[in-house]
Ligand binder design. Structure first.
Ligand SMILES: [Zn+2]
Length: 329
């Protein structure tokens, strides 16, 4: 499963692939819809696979099956363009349910022959949010499945699906990564060794969310590093200026807190080698924070040029940190 960067989903992919190769893939599968585990990528990779002309050609002549969609046939190109006519996806709008009309429309469409002559794929996302009428309409379609049509029914709360619908689906449990797997994956994508057990445990059930948080942290730390090097510049739009200032101020506050706990913040480890300078560095960070807060309040005033103001502040921060770093505390 080279194209999906989620190692924990590989066993699931293998399972589905070998079922497909042996013509045993049922026409309706059910999955727990956990976006945080990368299930969307999985469903899409499977849809592309089932639609791919090369895959079906291999299957029809009994040749050894492809491991994924070829990516170059007409069907794959339509898929990549997001315009494949034999692929249908339903998902509820924010805060709404999936209504019966939508399900009936799908039921009607799948009765027609596939326009690309291959399979048809129907994804129903958050299927647990179908109205009772919609669920009954889906049940009817599943009871008499049209030819060459594959349904992927993904539900956030799987047990909330009608039992009669569940009994029509082959459900595939979505595997969670092991602790070692998740640590290696985070290292690969966020570039850091995560040692925090609680964070790793949370990442086991929500890897994508934890990765996003780590990447956001990383970016915030880089903003602070730029400030300490005198390279902190801000974009033109006032909203972005305020947003970046807020991030860098929060990082300043965290760095200040670290000095109070007797540690040299990582961002200053190159400048401050001597713990004796910690008190003066701590003071400099506190001052930088205070003047930064003042700037945050000032930038929205008319007639103020945030870029000039922030450049002066940044230069000031560098100067006082340099002075503080060489002083004995
Ligand atoms: Zn293809």
């Amino acid at each position: 499963m080279a194209s999906i960067g989620f190692p924990w989903l590989r066993p699931l992919w293998q399972q589905v692939l070998s079922a497909a190769a042996g013509q045993r893939l049922p026409h309706a599968i059910g999955l727990h819809y956990n976006q945080d585990l990368g299930i969307d990528s999985f469903l899409n990779q499977l849809a592309a696979y089932l639609l791919c002309n090369s895959v079906s050609k291999q299957a029809s002549i009994g040749a050894s099956p492809l491991k994924k969609a070829c990516g170059t046939c007409k069907s794959c190109l339509l898929w990549q363009a997001g315009t494949h006519p034999d692929y249908l996806r339903i998902e509820p709008e924010q805060g709404k349910q999936i209504g019966v009309d939508l399900v009936r429309e799908i039921a009607h469409k799948v009765q027609q022959t596939a326009s690309q002559g291959g399979n048809k794929v129907v994804q129903i996302i958050a299927a647990d949010r179908m109205t009772p009428q919609a669920a009954n309409a889906l049940l009817k379609t599943l009871e008499e499945p049209p030819e060459n049509t594959y349904f992927q029914i993904a539900a956030v709360r799987y047990t909330q699906l009608l039992p009669t619908i569940r009994s029509r689906l082959l459900s595939y449990p979505v595997p969670q990564p092991s602790i070692t797997e998740i640590a290696a994956w985070l290292k690969q994508h966020a570039g850091i060794d995560v040692a925090d057990t609680l964070l790793l445990e949370r990442a086991q059930s929500a890897p994508l969310q934890v990765l996003a948080e780590l990447q956001a942290n990383e970016q915030s730390e880089q903003l602070l590093a730029r400030l300490c090097r005198g390279e902190f510049t801000v974009p033109k739009e006032l909203e972005s200026v305020q947003q970046q200032l807020k991030i860098v101020l929060k990082e300043l506050q965290l760095a200040h807190r670290e000095t109070l706990q007797g540690r040299i913040p990582a961002v200053l480890s190159a400048n401050v080698r001597n713990l004796a300078a910690l008190t003066t560095v701590s003071k400099a960070l506190e001052n930088a924070y205070r003047s930064g807060i003042h700037i945050l309040r000032t930038v929205q005033n008319a007639g103020v040029n945030p870029q000039i103001l922030i450049a002066a502040w940044s230069a000031d921060v560098v100067r006082s940190l340099n002075v503080a770093a060489v002083k004995k505390g």
